[in-house]
Design a protein around this ligand. Structure first.
Ligand code: FAD
Length: 383
């Protein structure tokens, strides 16, 4: 029982935990080793209603909030990092952009299948020449009758290799800055749209990353999300909220590492005693638990603000910054407590140590989070 949460959220936690322990954790090493997209695991989360947890009820979602989603994401991440990345990208980036910015017709078209996990969503902002500086994106969308002709390349697109529905950020005019940027939905299999899987990631290896190439790819103008010229704002708003879910993912990864460290320290003996009886080990665990709680509380605050419809940009950046860096320290200490055994596969802490690293990079690097936080303190004078 966690007193921060409602009874309903505690029940949600219990059901996702039961599923994650039975269906995610036992396969996490295999997903990692084989770079295997966790399709069965994703479908299981869909059956629990998690793939549509925060999507509108009117269109087949569950109408939940980000506090609900943070509970589910922590549980998934504690069992399998890759599955949690697939889940967060599907719900909080791809589907959520359609849910928030789509008109009724667009939502009717895409949300029902995304909510039940029948189709997988992806979010394509990053390009070969630009990641942190989204204003510099160069994938163009040229109007042509009722269509847009897309040309350009997107990189590092999570779920990209398997996704059906892609939210793609494009510019109609590279010289127009943010006013030229739009979000457009492109469906898998459109002529001129090529998906090239990207292999060899350090961690989150089951998350089906891909390069997307658009060569005169035709998308109906009716697939534009939101008013023309609002795509940059859309990207920033969606990232602001999805970062809360990356913070939740980090609490899950860190909890998985701490639990593994406690179990190992209680059974591993040195000099005739369990290493858990040594104060050096106990103090590491005390620091890990404290940092984990601080990360969860920052995440809880950001999710609460989001659910209340209040400004949350700086708080989401703080949660993501702190939780990602703290999960790195926690994973490192967990590996230290395992000694040599923690350095080899298929040790869970070895995998968590690698999975965690990207949380300091994707959805805005730690440096970008610090810029967001500084701007909230200093306003325009921070630039
Ligand atoms: C596994 C993985 C999955 C991903 N999934 C997706 C996805 O689904 N969709 C998507 O669109 N993108 C995705 N990304 C891309 C990710 O969001 C970018 O990699 C990230 O935003 C950083 O961009 P970059 O790699 O171009 O680095 P750069 O922007 O080139 O930055 C390089 C370094 O410079 C620093 N830096 C840049 N600007 C500044 C500044 N003004 N001040 C201080 N330091 C600065 C950065 O912090 C970083 O340390 C993914 C990346 C990875 C690795």
């Amino acid at each position: 029982m966690e007193p921060l949460y409602t009874e309903q959220q505690n029940m949600l936690r219990a059901s996702v935990r039961q599923f994650a322990e039975a269906e995610l954790a036992p396969y996490a090493a295999q997903v990692d080793e084989a770079e295997e997209f966790p399709a069965r695991q994703f479908n299981g989360l869909a059956e629990l209603g998690i793939t549509g947890l925060t999507l509108d009820e009117e269109f087949g979602g569950n109408g939940g909030g980000y506090l609900d989603m943070m509970v589910a994401v922590e549980e998934a991440a504690a069992a399998c990092g890759s599955t949690s990345t697939v889940l967060v990208t599907h719900v909080s980036l791809g589907a959520q952009t359609v849910n928030q910015k789509g008109d009724a017709e667009q939502k009717r078209r895409w949300i029902p299948d995304l909510a039940v996990g029948k189709r997988v969503a992806a979010f394509a902002l990053t390009e070969p020449q630009t990641g942190s500086d989204a204003l510099a994106l160069a994938t163009t969308a040229t109007p042509d009758g009722d269509s847009l002709l897309l040309n350009g390349t997107k990189l590092f697109c999570t779920n990209g290799a398997v996704a059906d529905v892609f939210v793609v950020f494009v510019t109609s005019d590279c010289s127009a800055g943010y006013r030229g940027i739009n979000a457009v939905v492109v469906e898998k299999g459109e002529p001129g749209f090529t998906v090239n899987p990207q292999h060899g990631k350090m961690g989150m290896r089951g998350s089906a990353t891909a390069e997307l190439v658009f060569e005169n790819c035709r998308a109906p103008r009716a697939n534009l999300l939101g008013e023309p010229g609002t795509g940059y704002r859309t990207a920033m708003e969606i990232l602001d909220s999805s970062r809360i879910m990356i913070a939740a993912q980090c609490t899950g990864l860190a909890r998985g590492a701490l639990e593994a460290a406690i179990a190992y320290a209680q059974q591993r003996e040195s000099f005739g005693r369990a290493i858990s009886s040594r104060q050096a080990i106990q103090f590491m665990m005390a620091d890990m638990a404290t940092e984990l709680d601080a990360a969860r509380l920052l995440t809880f605050r950001a999710a609460s603000l989001y659910d209340a419809g209040m400004p949350h940009s700086a708080e989401a950046a703080m949660a993501k910054l702190y939780a990602s860096e703290a999960s790195g320290r926690i994973a490192s200490k967990a590996l230290q407590i395992h000694g040599g055994a923690g350095y080899f596969r298929p040790s869970a802490v070895e995998r968590i140590y690698r999975d965690q690293r990207v949380t300091e990079i994707y959805e805005g690097t730690s440096e970008i989070q610090r810029i967001v936080i500084s701007r909230s303190l200093l306003g325009a004078s921070a630039d």
